[in-house]
Design a protein around this ligand. Structure first.
Ligand code: PMP
Ligand code: GLN
Length: 385
């Protein structure tokens, strides 16, 4: 063990360990069922492993091209064209990243300068603001208000000024499960028209939308797409969050800037996994079937909570379910999440962790990307809480 001989003047004095890491550790320490951090507890498809292993055996183990292996970029281009009627150029407009987190960090580093403002919507996914601040920018908060978590475009309009460099949107939304509609995209297009504002659209849950709703990708809106970087993640789509493979789509001029940073913060993403995913993507049923797969899990989990004292909020997409716990406890949501983990044996995420001011509506987030046995065991405990 060493004691640092330099005084550390933290660049991020307000940043601690992420709530996902904290709650997963607490769950492990207490032997609780972990419905906190968002990851599946079931195995991915073995044919994905076979394709990846085949790529390794065939000798694809050296650096791939900086933007990603052509096979994967072609598969992504094909998927995006089929789903959103958008044509992204395989050479210039698609880059494979080490998950969405790196894509987001890199996009912000590439476009945000000291003094710039970036509009984010609270509750906000935890990686955006530290990335903005590390680039010298300032996060400006618009709100998605409890309980329906809809954006207020008039409010966003009032936040715009000449320092606004970027707007970050996320649909389907983590943690609330709300979706942006075609009208929302039209509003955003109207607000940004004739400006140089870049839109960063986090669409990692693009394939997980419920009740017949459609995902409205920014890619499906040509005017917005021309000013946007769109981020997705294979971690969510193919149940491989630990592989850390994702991608970015953007107009060539924007992508050229993105790649200037990407080539120096990761350079490339591991080759055999890219080839394995490319092979696996040849069957579109694998991503198209995801909504139905998770709709089944959502229904199963919601049924488990019937007869509990949790009040479930709507969940239109993602694999997260929000719930109010007012009839169970007066504790703050952080205290409640710790109590639930320690004394009931189920770990959750307190939603106040996604607010800059710690706003606490007494709402917690459950991840239902779990086997039915896990959800049933959690349900039993939660009904007794
Ligand atoms: N954005 C959102 C909204 C997420 O929920 C996540 C991860 N759960 C990410 C980005 C990061 O994705 P990745 O694991 O591919 O880095
Ligand atoms: N995005 C995942 C979630 O929302 C967690 C990812 C992480 O641990 N950083 O739970």
């Amino acid at each position: 063990m060493y004691k640092s001989s330099v005084a550390v003047d933290s660049k991020f004095p307000r940043v601690g360990t992420t709530i996902f890491t904290v709650m997963s550790k607490l769950a492990a320490d207490c032997g609780a069922i972990n419905l906190s951090q968002g990851f599946p507890d079931f195995q991915a498809d073995s044919s994905l492993f076979d394709a990846t292993w085949r790529a390794m055996r065939e000798g694809h183990n050296q650096y791939p091209p900086m933007a990603g292996v052509p096979e994967l970029r072609e598969a992504i281009a094909g998927k995006v064209a089929a789903l959103y009627h958008a044509r992204y150029d395989v050479e210039r407009e698609i880059t494979v990243t080490a998950g969405a987190t790196q894509a987001i960090f890199t996009a912000i580093a590439a476009f945000v300068r000291a003094g710039d403002e970036v509009i984010v919507f609270a509750p906000v996914y935890d990686s955006y603001v530290p990335a903005i601040e590390s680039a010298g920018g300032t996060a400006v908060y618009a709100s998605l208000n409890f309980p329906d978590y809809r954006p207020d475009w008039q409010q966003v309009g009032l936040l715009l000024n000449k320092r606004t460099r970027m707007i970050i949107i996320n649909s389907p939304h983590n943690p609330t499960g709300s979706l942006l509609s075609a009208d929302d995209l039209a509003e955003l297009a109207g607000l940004t028209r004739d400006t140089d504002i870049v839109v960063l659209s986090d669409e990692v849950y693009e394939h997980i939308v419920f009740d017949g709703a459609r995902h409205h990708s920014v890619a499906s809106h040509p005017e917005l797409a021309a000013r946007s970087l769109i981020v997705s993640s294979f971690g969510k789509t193919y149940h491989i969050t630990g592989w850390k493979v994702g991608y970015v789509l953007a107009a060539g001029e924007l992508m050229a800037e993105f790649r200037k940073v990407h080539q120096f913060n990761v350079f490339t993403v591991n080759t055999p996994c890219q080839l394995g995913i490319a092979d696996y993507m040849r069957d579109p049923g694998r991503h198209l079937g995801l909504a139905e797969f998770y709709a089944g899990k959502r229904e199963f989990f919601r049924r488990q909570l019937l007869g509990s004292r949790f009040e479930l909020l709507p969940c239109h997409g993602t694999y997260f379910q929000l719930a109010r716990y007012d009839s169970l406890s007066d504790l703050s949501d952080r205290e409640f999440a710790c109590w639930l983990t320690r004394h009931v044996g189920v770990a959750v995420i307190p939603v106040s962790a996604f607010y800059p001011d710690g706003r606490d509506d007494h709402v917690v987030r459950f991840c239902f990307a779990k086997q039915e046995a896990t959800l049933a065991a959690a349900g039993e405990k939660l009904r007794r809480a």
